[in-house]
Write a protein that binds this ligand. Sequence first.
Ligand code: SAH
Length: 255
Amino acid sequence: MTKRYLGQNYLYDPSILKRIIQVAQLDEEDLVVEIGPGLGRLTKMLAEKVKNVVAIELDDKLFAKLRVELAEYHNVELIHGDALKYSYEYLPQFKVVSNIPYYITTPIIFRLLKAKENLESMTLTIQKEVAERIVAKPGGKDYGVLSLMVQYHAKPKLEFIIPKGAFRPVPKVDSAVVHIEILERPSVLVRDEEIFFRVIKTAFSQRRKMLSNSLKSIGEDVKERLTESGIDPNRRPETLSIEEFARLSDIVKGD
Ligand code: SAH
């Protein structure tokens, strides 16, 4: 029995699994974390390619099956638990390669970005729509908090689309593989990360409104702050580049 609420859609096509491994750019010395190994197909291919695999599976039945299925793979450490609660901070340098359960896509990406100190890259199979939001540039409806959050810490690339028919059971949406390479330093310099993300979240919480309206809660003088940053207060958040958000948040921070 598959449990849809746990996002259980398995990837069968071996040629797609191979392509995922290719875009992950793995090395034989690597430690790879896989979130939601399911039936262990990708896990086995990873184990053959890299030094160690940590595979985190929440489902009791699948976990029991995986123990048997992967018994011969001595370089795989199977963890029974919730990937959102795992302490990635304690791992040495690692990469993530995973067809993740879709209901945790955004929280798991944010969780992993918090542990980015030792994280090199993430190669994720996710919903196509979310992949498009991650790589989106200013100017369209896909561009928003997720794009800016990821592009602040990393360089994301949409590698290829996987039609829904490649999964069992067949999900409702198409998928895509994104490769997200963590940057050594954030893509823009800001004086205060917290304020930077607060400005972004507040601006996009009312994405159809002009910044002078949506950012009112940031401070009384928001119109002046915008003008001071060289940003027309009548603009809408989706037109601002990451550099412009950085400039604005630095001016909001003041001194
Ligand atoms: N990677 C496999 C399975 C993907 S389905 C494949 O490509 O075939 C998603 C998997 O994530 C399922 O095995 C599901 O049980 C597991 N899962 C769901 N929620 C999880 C969570 N919070 N932590 C870890 N695993 C989870």
